[in-house]
Design a binder for this molecule. Structure first.
Ligand SMILES: NC(=O)c1ccc[n+]([C@@H]2O[C@H](COP(=O)([O-])OP(=O)(O)OC[C@H]3O[C@@H](n4cnc5c(N)ncnc54)[C@H](O)[C@@H]3O)[C@@H](O)[C@H]2O)c1
Length: 372
């Protein structure tokens, strides 16, 4: 497969990130099929037209169904609000297209399962936008856990906190419309739950407190009319991993001052790792048992020794950014399609993440531990 036709639905924050990633992927990963930017769709015709011009798509449309029907397109990228993912993904799968869908996969677990079943029955490759785990240093962290370099793992403290909803005057948007899902636990929680699973495997049990803190918001920017908020702002989850260790996970979109506090402390009997997306080119490593006067965390800096950093830059310490992680994600997806196998996280993994989300919500409602 030399070339692969791409159709992008949605031209907002993530639509742009997908477009940049598809445009860059071949430069960093020469062995993948060349992405051909066939068409972009947005309900806003002008936005679609502008995106086509800006990102180099051959055509623009306001009709996502026409995009899916286009025979030159083999891959459909869905970057619309959550409540639209299912309908668009099922239509793309029915047309035999490979699908990249943004996270959270869908508003409910039942919807996610329908999407998994449809994709697996049709045999198409799928991917979900858990871009942060594409960081070469997170791959290193996982390798270190798997190789036993940290010894028996004894604990995990994970968090994804941002502040884009901290202002009570932040108006109603699709993010707080319950038809799009439960709130921050799915919006940000899915990233840190996915990261925890990537590093340590399945989460077996949860006990959670999930809360709406800001109880009403303006119906539109600057409006005096208020609307009650039904989705959550903060989720604090005690977790028990299948491998035996415990931990905590927090998701929070009202953490005033935090723009991207996605991170973890992972502790084992022989060592610990500390990571935050705020400094995504660094992984702190503590190795127990060394000479007392040298004890402390070592700062591992990302470089070409951490695959696939070298695809972007031959020199260490020059640093990758958010869009590079998205490029790695897309390149792995396209490379997987050429080999006939999704590299993940695919729809099934997103469904497993959603299971943790729904178990945490049930636990919070029942004030109980719940098996995932
Ligand atoms: N992976 C990540 O790190 C990350 C970050 C932000 C958002 N997201 C996810 O990406 C998705 C989109 O979020 P966003 O921040 O880009 O939203 P956004 O509001 O910036 O963009 C949504 C786009 O969808 C378009 N749209 C709406 N209805 C449409 C329709 N019927 N047909 C075609 N286009 C339509 C809108 O016009 C807009 O361009 C969400 O699922 C969100 O959770 C993921």
């Amino acid at each position: 497969m030399k070339e692969i036709g791409i159709g992008l639905i949605g031209t907002g924050f993530m639509g742009k990130a997908h477009a940049i990633a598809y445009r860059t992927a071949l430069s960093a990963f020469p062995d993948i099929p060349a992405p051909r930017l066939v068409a972009v769709a947005d309900v806003n015709t002008e936005a679609a037209r502008k995106a086509a011009h800006q990102y180099g798509f051959e055509s623009a449309t306001s009709d996502w169904k026409a995009l899916i029907a286009n025979p030159a397109i083999q891959v459909v990228s869905i970057t619309t609000p959550n409540s639209m993912h299912k309908e668009m993904a099922l239509a793309a799968i029915a047309a035999g297209k490979h699908v990249h869908c943004e996270k959270p996969l869908s508003p409910t677990l039942a919807d996610s399962l329908d999407m998994v079943k449809a994709a697996e029955a049709r045999g198409v490759c799928t991917q979900v936008g858990f871009n942060y785990i594409k960081n070469p240093l997170l791959k290193l962290a996982r390798q270190m856990v798997e190789a036993g370099e940290l010894g028996e793992i004894t604990g995990f403290r994970g968090i994804h906190a941002e502040d884009y909803m901290h202002d009570p005057q932040s108006p109603w948007t699709w993010r707080i419309d319950p038809s799009g899902g439960p709130g921050v636990i799915a919006d940000l929680g899915s990233h840190i739950i996915g990261m925890a699973r990537f590093l340590l495997g399945e989460i077996a049990e949860v006990s959670a407190d999930v809360r709406t803190v800001i109880k009403q918001r303006p119906v539109a920017r600057g409006a005096s009319e208020m609307k009650p908020v039904e989705v959550d702002d903060v989720a604090r989850i005690l977790v028990q991993f299948g491998r035996g260790c415990g931990g905590t996970i927090e998701a929070n979109w009202i953490q005033t001052g935090r723009k991207m506090q996605l991170g973890f402390e992972l502790t084992g009997e022989k060592g610990s790792l500390v990571f935050t997306q705020e400094r995504l080119n660094e992984l702190l490593y503590y190795k127990a048992g060394g000479e007392a006067r040298h004890m402390g965390f070592t700062r591992i800096e990302s470089g070409p020794q951490h695959e696939p950093y070298g695809g972007f830059c031959v020199a260490g310490g020059h640093q990758l950014g958010f869009n590079d992680l998205k490029t790695i994600e897309m390149a792995e997806f396209l490379g997987g399609i050429a080999k006939g196998k999704s590299t993940g996280p695919d729809f099934r993994e997103a469904y497993e993440i959603q299971k943790v989300v729904e178990a945490a919500i049930a636990s919070s409602q029942q004030r109980n531990w719940i098996k995932v």
